[in-house]
Design a protein around this ligand. Structure first.
Ligand code: PMP
Length: 325
Protein backbone atom coordinates (compact mmCIF):
# COMPACT_ATOMS: atom_id res chain seq x y z
CA UNK A 1 0.00 0.00 0.00
CA UNK A 2 1.19 3.50 -0.80
CA UNK A 3 2.52 5.63 2.07
CA UNK A 4 -0.04 8.21 1.04
CA UNK A 5 -2.62 6.45 3.18
CA UNK A 6 -0.50 6.00 6.27
CA UNK A 7 -2.56 7.41 9.11
CA UNK A 8 -5.88 7.02 7.32
CA UNK A 9 -8.12 4.82 9.45
CA UNK A 10 -11.66 5.40 8.31
CA UNK A 11 -13.45 5.64 5.02
CA UNK A 12 -17.06 6.70 4.82
CA UNK A 13 -18.87 4.12 2.73
CA UNK A 14 -22.60 4.17 1.99
CA UNK A 15 -23.43 6.06 5.15
CA UNK A 16 -21.06 4.41 7.64
CA UNK A 17 -17.45 4.78 8.67
CA UNK A 18 -15.62 1.62 7.65
CA UNK A 19 -12.05 0.64 8.51
CA UNK A 20 -9.68 1.55 5.67
CA UNK A 21 -8.79 -2.08 4.84
CA UNK A 22 -12.43 -3.12 4.74
CA UNK A 23 -13.55 -0.41 2.29
CA UNK A 24 -13.57 -2.69 -0.78
CA UNK A 25 -15.78 -3.25 -3.84
CA UNK A 26 -16.75 -6.29 -5.90
CA UNK A 27 -14.71 -6.86 -9.09
CA UNK A 28 -17.95 -6.95 -11.08
CA UNK A 29 -18.84 -3.40 -10.06
CA UNK A 30 -20.18 -1.48 -13.05
CA UNK A 31 -17.81 1.46 -12.47
CA UNK A 32 -14.77 -0.77 -12.77
CA UNK A 33 -15.83 -1.99 -16.22
CA UNK A 34 -17.49 1.09 -17.70
CA UNK A 35 -16.11 4.12 -15.82
CA UNK A 36 -19.52 4.97 -14.35
CA UNK A 37 -18.63 7.24 -11.47
CA UNK A 38 -18.52 10.91 -10.52
CA UNK A 39 -16.31 12.44 -7.91
CA UNK A 40 -14.87 15.51 -6.25
CA UNK A 41 -11.49 16.66 -5.03
CA UNK A 42 -11.65 19.06 -2.09
CA UNK A 43 -9.10 20.41 0.38
CA UNK A 44 -9.26 21.01 4.09
CA UNK A 45 -6.79 23.62 5.36
CA UNK A 46 -5.46 24.17 8.83
CA UNK A 47 -6.32 27.85 8.97
CA UNK A 48 -5.51 30.27 11.78
CA UNK A 49 -9.09 29.81 12.94
CA UNK A 50 -8.79 26.01 12.90
CA UNK A 51 -9.29 23.31 10.25
CA UNK A 52 -11.75 24.34 7.55
CA UNK A 53 -12.89 22.87 4.24
CA UNK A 54 -12.50 25.14 1.25
CA UNK A 55 -15.66 25.79 -0.79
CA UNK A 56 -17.40 22.65 0.44
CA UNK A 57 -20.86 23.81 -0.66
CA UNK A 58 -19.71 24.45 -4.24
CA UNK A 59 -17.96 21.07 -4.43
CA UNK A 60 -21.07 19.26 -3.18
CA UNK A 61 -23.20 21.16 -5.68
CA UNK A 62 -20.87 20.14 -8.51
CA UNK A 63 -20.99 16.52 -7.32
CA UNK A 64 -24.78 16.66 -7.38
CA UNK A 65 -24.79 18.08 -10.93
CA UNK A 66 -22.20 15.58 -12.19
CA UNK A 67 -24.38 12.80 -10.75
CA UNK A 68 -27.47 14.28 -12.37
CA UNK A 69 -25.91 14.10 -15.84
CA UNK A 70 -25.32 10.38 -15.32
CA UNK A 71 -28.78 9.84 -13.82
CA UNK A 72 -27.56 9.01 -10.35
CA UNK A 73 -29.05 10.28 -7.09
CA UNK A 74 -26.64 11.11 -4.31
CA UNK A 75 -27.28 8.91 -1.27
CA UNK A 76 -28.51 12.04 0.50
CA UNK A 77 -28.93 15.71 -0.43
CA UNK A 78 -25.76 17.79 -0.79
CA UNK A 79 -25.85 19.27 2.75
CA UNK A 80 -25.91 15.75 4.21
CA UNK A 81 -22.96 14.76 2.02
CA UNK A 82 -21.13 17.86 3.22
CA UNK A 83 -21.75 16.81 6.82
CA UNK A 84 -20.41 13.32 5.97
CA UNK A 85 -17.22 14.95 4.64
CA UNK A 86 -16.73 16.77 7.94
CA UNK A 87 -17.44 13.57 9.88
CA UNK A 88 -14.82 11.67 7.87
CA UNK A 89 -12.18 14.34 8.51
CA UNK A 90 -12.96 14.37 12.21
CA UNK A 91 -12.89 10.57 12.45
CA UNK A 92 -9.41 10.47 10.92
CA UNK A 93 -8.18 13.39 13.02
CA UNK A 94 -6.75 15.40 10.12
CA UNK A 95 -6.17 19.13 10.43
CA UNK A 96 -5.45 19.50 6.74
CA UNK A 97 -6.11 16.93 4.04
CA UNK A 98 -7.38 16.17 0.56
CA UNK A 99 -10.93 14.85 0.38
CA UNK A 100 -12.29 12.48 -2.26
CA UNK A 101 -16.04 11.84 -2.42
CA UNK A 102 -16.89 9.27 -5.12
CA UNK A 103 -20.34 8.19 -6.26
CA UNK A 104 -20.40 5.20 -8.58
CA UNK A 105 -22.42 2.33 -9.98
CA UNK A 106 -21.66 -0.75 -7.93
CA UNK A 107 -22.18 -4.49 -8.28
CA UNK A 108 -25.49 -5.21 -9.96
CA UNK A 109 -25.46 -6.62 -13.44
CA UNK A 110 -23.33 -6.44 -16.56
CA UNK A 111 -23.91 -4.48 -19.74
CA UNK A 112 -23.41 -0.83 -20.56
CA UNK A 113 -26.77 0.29 -19.14
CA UNK A 114 -25.84 1.56 -15.68
CA UNK A 115 -29.38 2.03 -14.44
CA UNK A 116 -29.73 -1.46 -13.03
CA UNK A 117 -26.59 -1.24 -10.87
CA UNK A 118 -26.85 0.33 -7.40
CA UNK A 119 -25.45 3.79 -6.73
CA UNK A 120 -22.80 3.59 -4.05
CA UNK A 121 -20.68 6.26 -2.46
CA UNK A 122 -17.49 6.71 -0.51
CA UNK A 123 -15.59 9.58 1.05
CA UNK A 124 -11.86 9.17 1.59
CA UNK A 125 -9.38 11.64 3.08
CA UNK A 126 -5.60 11.66 3.07
CA UNK A 127 -2.70 14.01 3.50
CA UNK A 128 -1.60 15.33 0.10
CA UNK A 129 1.12 17.88 -0.57
CA UNK A 130 1.52 19.96 -3.71
CA UNK A 131 0.22 17.87 -6.60
CA UNK A 132 2.62 19.28 -9.20
CA UNK A 133 5.62 19.19 -6.88
CA UNK A 134 7.19 21.97 -4.90
CA UNK A 135 6.51 24.32 -7.69
CA UNK A 136 6.68 27.94 -6.53
CA UNK A 137 9.30 28.62 -9.19
CA UNK A 138 7.07 27.23 -11.87
CA UNK A 139 6.70 23.97 -13.74
CA UNK A 140 7.63 22.90 -17.26
CA UNK A 141 4.65 21.87 -19.36
CA UNK A 142 4.01 20.79 -22.94
CA UNK A 143 1.08 21.01 -25.32
CA UNK A 144 -0.38 17.53 -25.48
CA UNK A 145 -0.95 15.67 -28.72
CA UNK A 146 -4.19 14.43 -27.12
CA UNK A 147 -7.27 16.64 -27.47
CA UNK A 148 -10.02 17.14 -24.91
CA UNK A 149 -13.17 15.32 -26.07
CA UNK A 150 -15.89 17.71 -27.27
CA UNK A 151 -18.72 18.30 -24.79
CA UNK A 152 -21.21 16.58 -27.10
CA UNK A 153 -19.14 13.40 -26.70
CA UNK A 154 -18.27 13.63 -22.99
CA UNK A 155 -19.67 16.52 -20.97
CA UNK A 156 -16.69 18.28 -19.41
CA UNK A 157 -18.90 19.90 -16.77
CA UNK A 158 -19.39 16.47 -15.19
CA UNK A 159 -16.42 15.45 -13.11
CA UNK A 160 -16.79 11.83 -14.16
CA UNK A 161 -14.26 9.06 -13.60
CA UNK A 162 -14.38 8.02 -17.28
CA UNK A 163 -13.18 11.48 -18.37
CA UNK A 164 -9.91 10.78 -16.62
CA UNK A 165 -8.81 8.23 -19.20
CA UNK A 166 -8.24 11.22 -21.45
CA UNK A 167 -6.43 12.99 -18.59
CA UNK A 168 -4.26 9.89 -18.05
CA UNK A 169 -3.16 9.90 -21.70
CA UNK A 170 -2.22 13.58 -21.45
CA UNK A 171 -0.36 13.06 -18.18
CA UNK A 172 1.53 9.92 -19.29
CA UNK A 173 2.68 11.57 -22.51
CA UNK A 174 3.86 14.67 -20.61
CA UNK A 175 5.77 12.72 -17.97
CA UNK A 176 7.31 10.33 -20.50
CA UNK A 177 8.67 13.34 -22.38
CA UNK A 178 10.10 14.99 -19.25
CA UNK A 179 7.36 17.52 -18.49
CA UNK A 180 5.37 17.91 -15.29
CA UNK A 181 2.04 18.42 -17.01
CA UNK A 182 0.38 18.52 -20.42
CA UNK A 183 -2.03 21.14 -21.71
CA UNK A 184 -4.73 19.86 -24.03
CA UNK A 185 -6.40 21.70 -26.87
CA UNK A 186 -10.10 21.24 -27.61
CA UNK A 187 -11.30 19.79 -30.92
CA UNK A 188 -11.35 23.30 -32.46
CA UNK A 189 -7.67 23.72 -31.67
CA UNK A 190 -8.21 26.22 -28.85
CA UNK A 191 -6.49 25.80 -25.49
CA UNK A 192 -8.65 23.81 -23.07
CA UNK A 193 -6.96 22.81 -19.79
CA UNK A 194 -4.31 20.66 -18.13
CA UNK A 195 -4.96 16.99 -17.32
CA UNK A 196 -6.22 18.01 -13.88
CA UNK A 197 -6.09 21.81 -13.83
CA UNK A 198 -7.60 24.87 -15.45
CA UNK A 199 -5.34 27.45 -17.01
CA UNK A 200 -4.91 31.22 -16.89
CA UNK A 201 -2.60 33.49 -18.85
CA UNK A 202 -1.69 37.12 -18.42
CA UNK A 203 -1.52 39.39 -21.44
CA UNK A 204 -0.86 43.12 -21.09
CA UNK A 205 -2.10 43.16 -17.50
CA UNK A 206 -5.30 41.22 -18.31
CA UNK A 207 -6.06 37.81 -16.85
CA UNK A 208 -7.51 35.47 -19.49
CA UNK A 209 -8.92 31.96 -19.11
CA UNK A 210 -10.66 29.75 -21.69
CA UNK A 211 -14.49 29.66 -21.60
CA UNK A 212 -16.48 26.57 -20.56
CA UNK A 213 -17.19 25.99 -24.27
CA UNK A 214 -13.54 24.94 -24.65
CA UNK A 215 -14.33 21.49 -23.14
CA UNK A 216 -13.08 22.18 -19.63
CA UNK A 217 -14.15 21.43 -16.10
CA UNK A 218 -15.89 24.31 -14.38
CA UNK A 219 -13.10 24.52 -11.83
CA UNK A 220 -13.79 25.85 -8.37
CA UNK A 221 -10.22 27.16 -8.01
CA UNK A 222 -10.78 28.82 -11.41
CA UNK A 223 -13.79 30.65 -10.02
CA UNK A 224 -11.84 31.48 -6.83
CA UNK A 225 -9.03 33.02 -8.89
CA UNK A 226 -11.49 35.04 -10.97
CA UNK A 227 -13.07 36.45 -7.80
CA UNK A 228 -9.73 37.19 -6.11
CA UNK A 229 -8.45 38.91 -9.25
CA UNK A 230 -11.53 41.11 -9.54
CA UNK A 231 -11.31 41.93 -5.82
CA UNK A 232 -7.72 43.07 -6.48
CA UNK A 233 -8.81 45.25 -9.41
CA UNK A 234 -7.40 42.95 -12.09
CA UNK A 235 -9.58 42.58 -15.18
CA UNK A 236 -10.51 38.97 -15.99
CA UNK A 237 -11.81 37.70 -19.31
CA UNK A 238 -13.09 34.33 -20.41
CA UNK A 239 -12.09 34.04 -24.05
CA UNK A 240 -10.81 31.45 -26.48
CA UNK A 241 -7.04 31.09 -26.27
CA UNK A 242 -5.06 29.96 -29.30
CA UNK A 243 -2.05 27.69 -28.96
CA UNK A 244 0.31 30.48 -30.08
CA UNK A 245 -0.74 32.63 -27.12
CA UNK A 246 0.76 30.05 -24.76
CA UNK A 247 4.19 30.98 -26.15
CA UNK A 248 3.66 34.74 -26.32
CA UNK A 249 1.87 35.47 -23.02
CA UNK A 250 3.52 37.34 -20.14
CA UNK A 251 2.52 34.88 -17.43
CA UNK A 252 0.86 31.49 -17.23
CA UNK A 253 -0.46 29.44 -14.32
CA UNK A 254 -2.54 26.35 -13.62
CA UNK A 255 -5.31 26.09 -11.03
CA UNK A 256 -6.94 23.15 -9.30
CA UNK A 257 -7.80 21.83 -5.88
CA UNK A 258 -4.83 19.46 -5.90
CA UNK A 259 -2.46 21.76 -7.84
CA UNK A 260 -3.76 24.93 -6.10
CA UNK A 261 -2.07 27.76 -8.05
CA UNK A 262 0.97 26.52 -9.91
CA UNK A 263 2.99 28.98 -12.01
CA UNK A 264 4.23 27.67 -15.37
CA UNK A 265 7.77 28.61 -16.36
CA UNK A 266 7.97 27.02 -19.79
CA UNK A 267 5.78 25.58 -22.51
CA UNK A 268 7.43 23.14 -24.91
CA UNK A 269 10.79 24.36 -23.51
CA UNK A 270 10.02 27.99 -24.44
CA UNK A 271 10.30 30.22 -21.34
CA UNK A 272 7.10 32.02 -20.33
CA UNK A 273 7.42 35.84 -20.09
CA UNK A 274 10.40 37.23 -18.23
CA UNK A 275 10.74 35.28 -15.01
CA UNK A 276 8.42 33.15 -12.98
CA UNK A 277 6.17 33.74 -11.12
CA UNK A 278 5.15 36.99 -12.81
CA UNK A 279 3.64 40.02 -11.07
CA UNK A 280 -0.04 39.19 -11.43
CA UNK A 281 0.52 35.50 -10.66
CA UNK A 282 2.29 36.57 -7.45
CA UNK A 283 -0.63 38.79 -6.42
CA UNK A 284 -3.12 35.96 -7.00
CA UNK A 285 -0.87 33.48 -5.16
CA UNK A 286 -0.55 35.83 -2.20
CA UNK A 287 -4.31 36.46 -1.98
CA UNK A 288 -5.10 32.76 -2.34
CA UNK A 289 -2.63 31.83 0.40
CA UNK A 290 -4.11 34.46 2.71
CA UNK A 291 -7.56 32.97 2.24
CA UNK A 292 -6.57 29.34 2.77
CA UNK A 293 -4.42 30.20 5.77
CA UNK A 294 -7.30 32.18 7.30
CA UNK A 295 -5.18 35.35 7.36
CA UNK A 296 -7.90 37.46 5.79
CA UNK A 297 -11.53 37.69 6.68
CA UNK A 298 -13.54 34.98 4.89
CA UNK A 299 -15.54 37.59 2.98
CA UNK A 300 -16.95 35.18 0.42
CA UNK A 301 -17.92 32.47 2.94
CA UNK A 302 -15.54 29.94 1.43
CA UNK A 303 -14.38 28.18 4.59
CA UNK A 304 -16.48 25.61 6.49
CA UNK A 305 -15.01 24.84 9.92
CA UNK A 306 -14.48 21.12 10.49
CA UNK A 307 -15.40 21.52 14.15
CA UNK A 308 -15.22 18.97 16.90
CA UNK A 309 -11.67 17.84 16.13
CA UNK A 310 -10.35 15.94 19.12
CA UNK A 311 -6.72 16.97 18.57
CA UNK A 312 -4.57 14.18 17.19
CA UNK A 313 -7.34 11.81 16.17
CA UNK A 314 -10.67 10.48 17.18
CA UNK A 315 -10.66 7.65 19.69
CA UNK A 316 -11.60 4.44 17.99
CA UNK A 317 -14.43 3.81 20.44
CA UNK A 318 -16.22 6.90 19.21
CA UNK A 319 -15.76 5.82 15.61
CA UNK A 320 -17.00 2.32 16.40
CA UNK A 321 -20.09 3.78 18.05
CA UNK A 322 -20.72 5.66 14.85
CA UNK A 323 -20.18 2.55 12.75
CA UNK A 324 -22.71 0.55 14.68
CA UNK A 325 -25.22 3.39 14.72
N1 PMP B 1 -9.83 20.40 -14.85
C1 PMP B 1 -9.74 19.10 -14.56
C2 PMP B 1 -9.75 18.11 -15.67
C3 PMP B 1 -9.62 18.68 -13.23
O1 PMP B 1 -9.52 17.39 -12.94
C4 PMP B 1 -9.58 19.65 -12.20
C5 PMP B 1 -9.44 19.21 -10.77
N2 PMP B 1 -10.67 18.94 -10.17
C6 PMP B 1 -9.70 21.00 -12.56
C7 PMP B 1 -9.83 21.34 -13.89
C8 PMP B 1 -9.72 22.07 -11.50
O2 PMP B 1 -10.94 22.03 -10.80
P1 PMP B 1 -11.03 22.49 -9.29
O3 PMP B 1 -10.40 23.82 -9.21
O4 PMP B 1 -12.49 22.52 -9.01
O5 PMP B 1 -10.32 21.47 -8.49
Amino acid sequence: MSDLFAGVRWIWMNGKLVEFEKATVHVMSHALHYGSGVFEGIRCYNTRRGPAVFRLTEHMRRLELSAKIYRMDLPMPAPGMAEAVLETIRANGFESCYIRPLVYRGFGTMGVNPLRSPVESVIAVWSWGKYLGDSDEGVDVCVSSWRRPPSDALPAVAKATGNYLNSSLIKMEAITNGYVEGIALDTNGNVSEGSGENLFLVRDGLLVTPPLASSLLHGITRSTVMTLARDAGIEVREEAISRGQLYTCDELFLTGTAAEITPVRSVDRQPVGSGCPGTITSIILREFNRVINGETEDRHGWLTPVGGLAGSGVDSGAAEDRMSA
